[in-house]
Ligand binder design. Structure first.
Ligand code: ZN
Ligand code: ZN
Length: 277
């Protein structure tokens, strides 16, 4: 029985693989289906789905929405939204604009710390001309300039939540992200809850229509899987999982390799049922 990876990024956001490259990797790694869940964009569709059909790999249309809860980043995954819906596309574009404001704010902070860096330099590290830019691209500029030795160091020193140039302008709440996905006919799932360590937040989102919890993720330990697995069971939610594949950067798989975390086909079927597919 082939497996399904429900979380991956492409060049449409901050991944380094095009959908075509991801499809080849999925085949090599023995997946029958995988979801593309780019940050705040559905630009990969419908093209990616059509490419998948050529190679008999099912592409699940998804998104990963960035929201903020009590000053911290919280990601909400969505599956099978109507990605042609005008209202949905407009809302998502607004979210991306906030992302750009945030990039500019981080760059300004770095400059104020005495590091010469410009938004043009950050934009030039983008692998796809329509792709999103984000902290990984800023990290790459800092490496290229010799400010830090590695992207990891860039995050540790400057870009992580406790980093010197970190900033988080007001954005939508996770509850609003859940609603946005529901409004577009999609199935909302809380991404990597083990990173937030906030069971109350998960319960709050279940109250506003969350349908699943990402139990299996490369950054989750057995304890996270147990905690969030039983929470999902308690409410009859779908237990999803995925690698959070971001392609390959500097010769290394960035986050998990495609298929490193996966779920059985039945999990995907449940999502489809809820989406009315
Ligand atoms: Zn995420
Ligand atoms: Zn992700």
């Amino acid at each position: 029985m082939k497996r399904v990876d429900l979380h991956s990024h492409t060049t449409a956001s901050d991944g380094t693989f095009t959908p075509e490259q991801s499809i080849a990797r999925a085949l090599a790694n023995g997946l029958s289906a995988f979801a593309i869940t780019d940050h705040d964009t559905v630009a990969a569709f419908p093209h990616a789905i059509e490419e998948g059909e050529k190679y008999n790999v099912e592409i699940v249309p998804g998104i990963e929405i960035s929201s903020v809860y009590e000053g911290k980043d919280v990601h909400v995954l969505g599956y099978y939204m109507d990605y042609t819906d005008e209202k949905f596309l407009n809302r998502v574009e607004e979210l991306r604009n906030v992302r750009n404001t945030r990039n500019q704010m981080i760059v300004d902070k770095l400059v104020s710390l005495g590091i010469p860096i410009t938004m043009d330099e950050v934009r030039s590290r983008r692998t796809d001309k329509n792709g999103n830019i984000g902290r990984p691209h800023i990290a790459q500029v800092l490496v290229d300039k010799g400010v830090v030795a590695s992207t990891q160091e860039a995050f540790d020193k400057y870009l992580s939540t406790s980093g010197a140039a970190y900033t988080n302008p007001p954005r939508i709440t996770p509850a609003e992200a859940v609603q946005l996905i529901l409004d577009a006919g999609g199935v909302p799932v809380l991404a990597h809850p083990g990173l937030y360590k906030n069971v109350e937040l998960a319960r709050e989102l279940i109250g506003v229509g969350l349908k699943g919890i990402e139990v299996f993720h490369p950054d989750h330990g057995p304890e996270d899987e147990a905690t969030y697995g039983s929470l999902a069971d308690e409410y009859g939610l779908i237990k999803t999982g995925g690698s959070d594949f971001h392609g390959i950067r500097n010769g290394k798989v960035f986050h998990g390799d495609l298929g490193e975390k996966s779920v059985p086909k039945q999990t995907l079927n449940r999502i489809k049922e809820l989406a009315g597919k």
